[in-house]
Structures are given as C-alpha cells and as structure tokens.
Ligand binder design. Sequence first.
Ligand SMILES: Cc1cc2nc3c(=O)[nH]c(=O)nc-3n(C[C@H](O)[C@H](O)[C@H](O)COP(=O)(O)OP(=O)(O)OC[C@H]3O[C@@H](n4cnc5c(N)ncnc54)[C@H](O)[C@@H]3O)c2cc1C
Length: 409
Amino acid sequence: MVDCIDVLVIGGGPAALCIASELIQRGVAVQGMASNPVDVPWTNTYGIWVNELESLGLESLLEHRWKNTVSFFGAGGSNTEDQPTNHGIDYGLFSCAKLQRYWLSRSAGMTWHQDSADRIDVDSDYSIVVGISGKRHQARMVIDASGHCTPHINRPNQKPIAKQAAYGVVGRFSKPPVKSGQFVLMDFRCDHLTAEQRNKTPTFLYAMDFGKGLFFLEETSLASAPAVSETVLKQRLKQRLAKSGVAIIEVIEEEHCLFPMNLPLPDFKQPVLAFGGAASMVHPASGYMVGSLLRRGPGLADVLAAALKQQPSLKSAVLVRQGWQALWPTELVLRHRLFQFGLNRLMDFDETMLRRHFTSFFQLPQKDWNGFLTNTLSLPQLMKVMLHLFIISPWDVRRGLVLGGKPSH
Ligand SMILES: Cc1cc2nc3c(=O)[nH]c(=O)nc-3n(C[C@H](O)[C@H](O)[C@H](O)COP(=O)(O)OP(=O)(O)OC[C@H]3O[C@@H](n4cnc5c(N)ncnc54)[C@H](O)[C@@H]3O)c2cc1C
C-alpha cells in the first residue's frame, strides 16, 4: 500500500491526461493508473473547429488547418448536386503528439502506475483501487477517465446505445478525391448507392486534403443503434470512390472508429468521479469531445483543488459529490438532454430528410450552428437556436422533429 494521495486518475487517454495535468497545476497530489505507458502515441484523428482552440489560445496544437471548409447536402434536393455549403470557419486536426505532450509536460514528474484498474473499493474517507496486478492504491478520491466502456461508473441501463461508426483511410489516390486544400465535414451525396442501400442507415464522407498527395477519407455513420458495421462502411466508401473514378493507390493508415453517442449520464450520487468518455462528455449530436475536455477540465480542477485545500478533512463522498456538481451542473445536464433529444430525432431520419435537415441547420447564423456543435451556447441561447432551426426547416423535417418516427414521402 502506498501513502494516501489526493486523487488517483484511471486511464491514459486525452481525458486522463487532461484532468491529471489540470489538478497537478493546482498543487493537488495526483497519481495515475493506465493500462499502457502514457506516452504511447495516440492513433485516433482528433478534429476540432479552430475557433474553439483559438478561444483557449491553443491553436498551436494543430497539425493541419483548413480555411476551405465545406459540406455537400444536395441543397436543391438533388443528391447529385455538386454545389457545396461553405462553412466559413476554419477546421483543424490536432497533432496527437503535440496534444499528448502538452498535457504530459503540464504534469511532468507525476507518477503513472502501469496497471489496469480491476476494482475500486470505496470507504467514507478514501478509496482503494486494485489493479489487475494485485497492487492496491489508496487515494482520497478516484477519477475514472478510462473511456466510454468503463465498468466502474454506474449509469442508467438505458438501451439502445447509438454508436458513431466510421472507417477511414489515409492514403494516396489515383486522382484527388477532394479539391486541393479542402476539408469536407459531411458529403451526403449518395448517387453511388443502390435504392436498397439508400433505404438503410445513411452515411456520409468526412474528407480532407493533407497535402503532398495525401488525403484522409472516412465513411461515417453519425449515430445508429445497432451501429453500422465496418463491412458496410468499407463497401460504401469503395462505391463512392468508384462512382467518381477514384482508386486507392496506397493505404498508409486505417482508422476504425466506434464510440457511443448517447451514453446515459452517470449516476451523480456514486462515490467515484469520472471525466471524458467515462463521464458521457461526448457531444451527443456531433460526437466531439476534445474541445470540451480542454474547456471543462480547468473548472473541475479548480473546484476539487479548492475543496482539498480549504477543507482538508472533507469526506471523500462529499468531495466526489462536489466534483459531479462542478462537472455536470444543471445547465449542462439540460443542454445535454436537448442534444440527446435532437440526436434521437435525427436517427429516425432517412437520407433525404437528413440532407434537408442539415441544409437548414447550416443556414443558421454561423455563430449559432457553431455554438450548437461546440456546446458553447447558454441554455436560453440553445433553445432559441433550436426554435429558429425549427422555423426555417421544411415542413416534412419540422414534422419529423416534433413527432419523430420515419417520415412519409
Ligand atoms: C476513432 C475515433 C475518432 C474520434 N474523433 C474525434 C474527433 O475528431 N474529435 C473529438 O473531439 N472527438 C473524437 N472522438 C471522440 C472522443 O474524443 C474520443 O473517444 C476520446 O479518445 C475519448 O477520450 P477518453 O480519454 O475519455 O477515452 P480513451 O481515448 O478511450 O482513453 C481511455 C484510456 O484509458 C485506458 N484504460 C482503459 N481501461 C483502463 C483500466 N481499467 N485501467 C487503466 N487504464 C485503462 C485505455 O488504455 C486508454 O488509454 C473520436 C473517437 C474515436 C474512437
């Protein structure tokens, strides 16, 4: 048994590194437990609207940045229409190495135990985390940041869980699959699909030019329960490329993406705190989370550090409750519910309705759709934006938004 530290963070991904570094910066005695060494390179591609990073002064963490950011929804209702919707806001991809280094350098010297948390025993004054190695670690509180699949965090057993699924390729192609210097958030054109395929769960292409002849293309299902299989996604990407006469010359990397979009919020009375995917922090309508970690990590760390400093004898359960309140205040819970409501409606939409919905969505003022996607609008603002969206939506989409269910054409 080691000395009782203040906080033990479980996990070695973005959420764990973020919250550990913010706590260390505030003088909290923190240790971590991660299944793998915390400097093992991350392989996911993490994207973000650049203004989210600029507001934090962290745009230097990007590896790629695009000015020409577009989507294709077939605005006039024709799925073959090539007219792009211009977003007018820069989009970026993180350099995973820089992001990881940013957090690791802010937590330099911190002890990370290489082990997997097997069990967490909670007492009123401290918790003990038992690793699969059998080693025990004692802390006044535990923050589980071990991702969406954690078994240590209780949440309502709400089914079904919708998942975002994507299959991506970084590679070289026989001709440019997107325009030079372009970033495509969503290409919903679907003239490459058969009528039968078009009746199934819609998917879109997320694509970008990396320069030097390299492109990243990812066939994506926004959210579906059950999740769209990788076989279907691969097949659709192949068909999409074949229709445009593009062949893959070289696959440099593949991305296999699958994560829950509508994971229920955790039980806020439980004696273990969570952060990141484990705390259901993924934006239920967009699937983004890294910006949210960077924004919400410091606030949570402020509250925990102040509580530890001002009331050294505070019971562990009280400390954790303060953490849950700071992470999920009522305002954020209500916003989350609105996003979940929106996602549930969208999951019922077929491809035509989705294209019509997104056409209206991106006709909203830029600050409104961007604030919606980044979860940076206040609750009253969000409600106003959702009402505005309803007003500018075509009748069939309005009907779907109110009544749900499959549309009738
Ligand atoms: C392929 C992919 C692409 C994504 N793209 C984006 C994007 O573009 N933008 C965006 O904002 N979000 C994106 N997301 C969503 C979200 O930001 C990521 O899922 C993010 O990685 C979640 O971070 P996390 O730290 O909570 O969990 P994870 O990244 O899953 O990290 C969990 C960590 O905990 C460790 N661990 C697990 N169990 C234990 C245990 N018992 N004990 C100790 N350690 C444990 C794991 O080894 C891992 O290191 C993407 C997700 C995926 C899967």
